[in-house]
Ligand binder design. Structure first.
Ligand SMILES: *Cc1c(COP(=O)(O)O)cnc(C)c1O
Length: 356
């Protein structure tokens, strides 16, 4: 077998040795899908990095394989995380694989059903708190300081190390080139920081000749970086980015500023429009938070952002990261469409309803 998962594929870039027990579910190697509809609308060559096709349905698996392998190497017997859902789904699966215990703290009532079912079926101890994600993260950070349990939130540096392989893959898939623009949703801000780190490493090793302009998007009701203040009660239907005090705040600002990019807001309405556009016109089903990157570039497109930037660039490429699968949040999908019609079980009635 040539490689299995991101640790084997990008070993030389990762903090692992021959002694590290690799805990993998063959994460990574996700498709970079061309987007004709967005390309047409934006006048750019747009690609969608479909991270929903990772083993547990989100990009979190890239970081989790490294964090859990390192936890196992250090002799840990248990891991803990706070989560809006996908981190817990990923942690629970990799802990099951590694034979470690897993504890997750979630904000009560604010985790999508698909994600909750994953954490539970993989045998994690799931504790819902009467509070939000930021409070849950504060609690697990304190618990990990005093108890013999390894924290696997993205404040664990191994998470970002693993997640940066997303940038390597994009460059590899574009034939050894970085895209001109990289668009991504921003919640706890680990992923934008990790991608920027990955592009930087490929650039320093001269595997690519440039780095992209980084475009991050927060939901309007959960936009601490854009508004330059902690949001006490963040609100958005995109639960994966419902975060008011991002752990990687500074490094996200650094990614934005060093790349000459922007971090902007998108409304829930814009997120849901992009969510439906991806499903309707591109055949790609993502969870709402993932659609924030697409909503964001459509917003920038409307304001003429690309035309202004593009004076110096021809045939520019833009990659949107689609962070999680649509099946994570089936309730949102059902709430966004018309319910199926029930008709009598006879041919005439059915043909009438088909109306070809
Ligand atoms: C975790 C997550 C995000 C946010 O990523 P951060 O690293 O917290 O900024 C966005 N979308 C999905 C689907 C996620 O699971």
């Amino acid at each position: 077998m040539s490689w299995a998962g991101i640790i084997d594929k990008y070993r030389e870039f990762l903090p692992v040795s021959s002694k590290t027990p690799v805990v993998t579910l063959n994460e990574g190697n996700t498709p970079l899908v061309p987007s004709p509809v967005l390309s047409d609308r934006l006048g750019l060559e747009v690609y969608l990095k479909y991270e929903g096709l990772n083993p547990t349905g989100s990009f979190k698996d890239r970081g989790m394989t490294v964090a859990v392998s390192k936890a196992k190497e250090s002799g840990a017997s248990a891991i803990i995380c706070a989560s809006t859902g996908n981190t817990s789904a990923s942690a629970a699966a990799y802990a099951a694989r590694a034979g470690l215990r897993c504890v997750v703290l979630i904000p009560k009532g604010a985790v999508a059903q698909g994600k909750l079912s994953q954490a539970l079926i993989h045998g994690a101890r799931v504790i819902a708190i009467d509070g939000n994600f930021d409070q849950a993260l504060m609690m697990v950070r304190r618990i990990a300081q005093t108890e013999a349990i390894t924290l696997v939130n993205s404040v664990n540096p191994y998470r970002l190390e693993g997640q940066k392989t997303g940038a390597f893959e994009v460059c590899d898939q574009l034939g050894g080139k970085a895209p001109d623009f990289h668009a991504i949703p921003v919640g706890n801000a680990g992923n934008i920081s990790a991608y920027w780190m990955g592009y930087g490493e490929y650039y320093e090793k001269k595997i690519v000749g440039s780095k992209p302009v980084m475009l991050g998007f927060q939901a309007e009701g959960a936009a601490p970086i854009v508004k330059k203040k902690i949001i006490k009660d963040p609100r958005t239907i995109a639960t994966a980015i419902r975060i008011g005090n991002p752990a990687s705040w500074k490094s996200a600002e650094n990614a934005r500023d060093s790349s000459g990019g922007v971090i902007d807001t998108v409304t829930d309405k814009e997120i849901l429009e992009a969510y439906k556009l991806l499903a309707d016109k591109e055949g790609i089903f993502v969870e709402p938070a993932s659609a924030a990157s697409v909503a964001g570039v459509l917003k920038l497109g409307r304001t003429g952002y690309f035309e202004k930037k593009l004076k110096s660039m021809k045939r520019a490429t833009l990659v949107c990261v689609l962070t999680g699968h649509g099946l994570k949040d089936p309730d949102r999908a059902i709430a966004s469409v018309k319910k199926p019609k029930t008709v009598a079980a006879n041919l005439n009635a059915i043909l009438k309803a088909v109306k070809l």
